[in-house]
Design a protein around this ligand. Structure first.
Ligand SMILES: [Zn+2]
Ligand SMILES: [Zn+2]
Length: 351
């Protein structure tokens, strides 16, 4: 098998090794499609606080080619989709029903999706491996992980208001893959959605995906009239920009009594100054959100399988696996948002 490794910032290498034999509870899959992810790009640029350099890539789907002892739910030949982590089920966080915060979340993680094959750990097989429905392409199925993160964010948002779990309207800041997945979620939940982003092409795409309104982020920030008219009018704001500035914009746009979901993470140690008067006197709820639990993965699977999440337009391009270094150079220059990598060049196209 061949797989890519990230050996340091901006250093992608290739490794070869014999196909492993799955141990107890493990499953060996042949990768059919993998997707690039904002987290991978961050790691490529500067490393990741919770992940070490090594096998690269985590969003993928494929076919089972061998199963370990004790695996009864899957057999060779099954098309499957999965996410890279699973909770331990035994730590304090897991016992408190916060499986997304499991202390062992990043032990035994299925990294190396940019490769020909991947060995899935037993806990991933047990909790977060699903059979891919026939009608779903491998590329669509590989959206399971980012969609699970988005579904978890909406679960945090709903739980924060017992009286009205779903907000009547939402502003989404950012129209990268994650912002647009939030949009798809809002549309299928029947929540009126405004997308605020830079770039006419991204705003057009947001309209095509069902946004009720799009606003150019530059206007919202710099034009005094637009600034005034957009301020404090959204029952919920989902921040996907991942900058101190967009965290501030989120706080400025939310209506009194509203919720802000801070989805875009900032570098470790970064401090953000927010409008304390608004938070206190307008009784705002600021919410953190991280990763996903098995329930979120199941809900994301159902959304994909039911056709509620039209993810195809979110793929910027489809490339053979060997083009990976070039794809990351392009992402680094903000050329495209999400690429699909296909190990078999003959199959480049929608699969
Ligand atoms: Zn991801
Ligand atoms: Zn745990």
């Amino acid at each position: 098998m061949t797989y890519a490794t990230l050996d340091g910032p901006r250093a992608i290498g290739w490794r070869e090794k014999p196909l492993p034999t799955p141990g107890r509870g493990e499953v060996l899959v042949k990768i059919r499609a993998a997707l690039t992810c904002g987290t991978d790009l961050k790691t490529y640029r500067r490393g990741h606080p919770k992940l070490q350099f090594g096998p690269f890539g985590h969003e993928a789907s494929g076919d089972v080619i061998a199963t370990g002892e004790g695996v009864t739910a899957f057999s060779p030949g099954d098309p499957v989709m999965w996410v890279q982590t699973a909770p331990c089920g035994a730590c304090d966080a897991c016992r408190a029903d916060n499986e997304n915060l499991c202390e062992k979340l990043f032990d035994e993680i299925a990294l190396g999706a940019y490769g020909t094959h991947l060995l899935l750990p037993a806990k991933v097989v047990r909790h977060n491996l699903y059979r891919k429905p026939e009608h779903l392409t491998y590329m669509e199925a590989a959206f399971l992980e980012p969609l699970a993160c988005v579904v978890h964010g909406w679960s945090v948002l709903r739980r924060a208001n017992a009286r009205e779990p779903l907000p009547p309207n939402v502003a989404i800041i950012g129209a990268g893959t994650i912002g647009l997945l939030h949009l798809l979620n809002a549309v299928q939940a029947g929540v009126h959605a405004t997308v605020i982003a830079r770039g006419a092409d991204r705003l057009d795409l947001a309209m095509r995906l069902g946004a009720d309104e799009v606003l150019d982020a530059a206007n919202v920030e710099d034009d005094p009239a637009a600034r005034e008219s957009s301020a404090a009018r959204f029952a919920a704001v989902i921040e996907c920009g991942g900058t101190a500035e967009s965290w501030n914009t989120a706080v400025r746009l939310v209506a009194p009594g509203g919720r802000v979901l801070l989805f875009g993470g900032l570098p470790a140690g970064e401090r953000v100054a927010l409008d304390a008067g608004r938070i206190h006197y307008d009784e705002l709820t600021l919410l953190g959100t991280f990763h996903f639990s098995p329930n979120d993965v199941r809900e994301a699977r159902d959304l994909l399988a039911g056709g509620a999440a039209n993810v195809k337009p979110l793929v910027s391009g489809i490339e053979p696996l060997r083009a990976l270094p070039n794809v990351f150079e392009r992402l680094d220059k903000r050329d495209g948002f999400k690429y699909a990598l296909v190990p078999e060049p003959a199959l480049v196209g929608w699969i």
